[in-house]
Design a protein. Structure first.
Length: 165
């Protein structure tokens, strides 16, 4: 009986640990996808300029928000005045409702409406986490390029550094 229990634990425990790690890192990929969708939607909506014309624009940089990642998920109000880049998070509509482990950054290469020609890297979206509280961060980053006017094209590659630290 003891041998059977030991064998069962030897098989089940590593699988359980991998499942827990995967669930922790899934947040970064999911929230970056949401951040990209919010960014693309904002860029696709022509903004009114002071001279009465309209243009496609990127918002100013925001984050990291929250200031520090958390080992255990915490709720963060991205629209709160003390959140880095609150105005940008609200403008693009990235206001996560779920508790978060990662901190997020919205990093345009050039903010505003006088943007370079298409196919130029326009935006980097970043998630950084410290899943074990040791001060070393894992980083997930997705880029986007300018496409046709009003189109933000996602980089198909999700860049990952130190996935689980």
């Amino acid at each position: 009986m003891v041998c059977l229990l030991g064998a069962l634990l030897a098989v089940a425990f590593p699988t359980f640990i991998r499942t827990v790690q995967t669930s922790k890192i899934a947040e970064a990929s999911s929230e970056l996808a949401s951040l990209y969708k919010a960014s693309a939607s904002y860029y696709a909506t022509a903004q009114s300029l002071p001279d009465g014309t309209h243009a496609f624009c990127l918002a100013t940089a925001a984050g990291p928000a929250p200031a520090l990642p958390a080992v255990e998920p915490v709720r963060v109000d991205f629209s709160a005045a003390d959140t880095p880049g609150a105005a940008t998070w609200s403008a693009i509509g990235f206001l996560p409702q779920a508790a978060l482990r990662y901190r997020y950054s919205y990093l345009p290469t050039q903010a505003g409406c006088a943007l370079p020609t298409p196919k130029v890297a326009a935006l980097s979206l970043r998630a950084e986490g410290d899943l074990d509280g040791d001060g070393a961060y894992s980083r997930f980053e997705r880029g986007a390029n300018l496409g046709a006017p009003g189109e933000l094209v996602p980089d198909p590659v999700l860049r990952v550094r130190d996935r689980v630290e």
